[in-house]
Structures are given as C-alpha cells and as structure tokens.
Write a protein that binds this ligand. Structure first.
Ligand code: 5GP
Length: 298
C-alpha cells in the first residue's frame, strides 16, 4: 500500500503495475477454467469471497466464455436469460444474480459429488507430471497402514529402483504370461512405450485383511479398475493451476516445440477425464495432498 507521502507518479506507476498483474492473474484463471484445472464454481467462490481479487474483477462475459463449450453466441443468450448485464464483473453481481448464475452452472456442469461408502481400494490418477508418484511415495512413508500396490513393468529399472519395492521389473514374455493367466487387475501401455500392470493377489489379500490399498496408475488403468471393481474410490490429482502444470511438463525446455505441443494436448485430454472420478485433490503441497488422499481411505 502506498502511503500519503509517496509522489503521485510513483503511485501511478505502482497502480499500473498492479493492474497489469491483476490482468495477468485473470488471464491465468481463465486458462485454469478452460482446461478444467479450476471448476467454474470454485472461481465463483473466489470471486464472491473477495470481489477485488482477480476472480472478483473478471467480467461475466469472460467467465462464461472460459467454460469449455460456451462460445460468444451462447454466452449472450445465457446472460439475457439470466437477466445479467454483460458489463458486470463477477464480484459486482447482486445476490439474486449470484444465485441464478450459480444455479445455471450447477445445472450445466455439476461438480463431482463425493460418493461416500466406497471401498478401501483407492486409485490415484491424474495428468502426466502432476506429481502422483511423489504424493504416493509420501503416503507410503507416512501412512504405513495403507498398502501401496507394487506394479509389474516391462521398463528397465532406473538407478536406485529396487525390484519388488518400486516395481516388479519383468521382461515381455513374463508380462504376457501375467496377462494371459489373469494375474493382473488392470494393465496398460503407458506413453506408447512400456507395459505396466497391477498384480491382483496382494490387493485381494490386503483388502481381505481389512487394509486400505492405494494404486498409483495411469488413466487407462483407472478406467479398467472402475470396470472391474465398480465400488473402488477413484481420486483425480489436479495441479494448482494450468500454468504450473505447463511448467512441470515442459519447464526444463529440453524438448522441441512439437514435443511440447504434444504434451500440452495430452494434458488437456487427461484433465477432461476428471469427471469420471469420485474425488478431486489439488496437489498444491505434497504433504497436504497426501493427507487428504489418506483421509479418503476411511
Ligand atoms: P514411471 O515409468 O515413470 O515409473 O511411470 C510411468 C507411468 O506409469 C505413471 O503415470 C504411472 O502412474 C503409470 N503406472 C505405474 N504403474 C502402473 C500400473 O500398474 N498400471 C497402469 N495402468 N499404469 C501404471
């Protein structure tokens, strides 16, 4: 905050810097909604908690067109049906307008509803580079009561990886045998390269003993678990923002433009799958996200 002794030019410069920052933050938020990293409802909650925030200062028109499948024509029809002027900012909406807008969004894009009473089989999935492995490793270390499933894979061990602890490293013939004998709960070829699969027997044993089991697998695997065990609890791990996911995906900048574009396209497709999941957990902090996943086990 500038105090009264600050010269006006400095004030103006600071104010215009702030305006640029807020505009940037609003643009980032719109990307979050369009890529489904942030739900429209979450953006409205932020806007109404603080009308001066980037969410609060967003125009209703910008808000609506950031939602996938709402274009400018549809946006104008929606606003006229709801009786909201297109020049309004979210934070400046009156209480009746807030109610009709939220009802409209809830009707069109319901937020994932938690389904209580699900089984102790937890599946943690999410877009590439969101940090599933790190969150799972944190749970393994801090919640020994939860069994972290050890997958079989055809990829070679990385330095420091231990057979039977990080993965069961097997060759193609052995993987074929596991598939043929029905020993895997699910399996998939990940990133078009190696095969990964979840051995069924240790999971059945742990569940029979009343333990909670966590699978950290890819989206194709999560869908297979849903089909094979419909009461499994599916958890989708989200990045705190789209920009942060982009940083994690292409941050090192070692890939060429085509590879970067391919990764971003894949991430958008992966994020669009979150509606199939029971819970969404934001990986804003590893320990916090891990604790939240662990509470879903109960
Ligand atoms: P990494 O090779 O880096 O350890 O793992 C690559 C990807 O394989 C990760 O996205 C991880 O979630 C996925 N993955 C690991 N184990 C399994 C599994 O048993 N089944 C499936 N479907 N995916 C797995």
């Amino acid at each position: 905050m500038a105090d009264s002794r600050t010269p006006p030019e400095v004030d103006r410069a600071a104010a215009s810097r702030r305006a640029v920052e807020v505009r940037r933050a609003r643009a980032a938020l719109k990307r979050d909604v369009s890529t489904r990293v942030v739900t429209p409802q979450e953006l409205l909650r932020r806007a109404w908690a603080d009308p001066a925030s980037p969410a609060g200062t967003m125009r209703v028109t910008e808000f609506l067109t950031s939602i996938p499948a709402i274009g400018e024509g549809k946006r104008d029809r929606i606003l006229s049906e709801l009786g909201i002027s297109p020049v309004k900012r979210l934070g400046g909406l009156g209480s009746r307008q807030r109610t009709v807008l939220l009802d409209f969004i809830d009707g069109r894009l319901p937020e994932a509803v938690a389904r209580p009473g699900r089984s102790r089989l937890l599946v943690l999935a999410g877009p590439t580079a969101v940090g599933k492995g790190t969150v799972a490793a944190h749970i393994k270390e801090h919640h020994p009561e939860i069994l972290l499933s050890v997958s079989a894979t055809t990829r070679a061990p990385r330095p420091g990886e231990v057979h039977g602890e990080h993965y069961f490293f097997v060759d193609d013939a052995e993987f074929d045998r596991l598939v043929a004998s029905g020993e895997l709960l699910e399996w998939a070829t990940v990133h078009n390269r190696h095969r990964y699969g979840t051995p069924k027997a240790p999971i059945d044993t742990a569940l029979a003993e009343g333990r909670t089991v966590l699978l950290e697998i890819d989206l194709q695997g999560a869908r297979q678990v849903r089909a094979a065990a419909p009461d499994a609890t599916l958890i989708f791990l989200l990045p705190p923002s789209w920009d942060e996911l982009v940083d994690r995906l292409v941050g090192r900048g070692t890939e060429d433009a085509e590879e970067r574009a391919r990764r971003l396209r894949t991430a958008k497709v992966e994020l669009a799958a979150q509606g199939e999941f029971d819970y969404r957990v934001v990986n804003d902090d590893i320990a916090r996200a891990a604790a939240e996943v662990a509470t879903l086990a109960r």
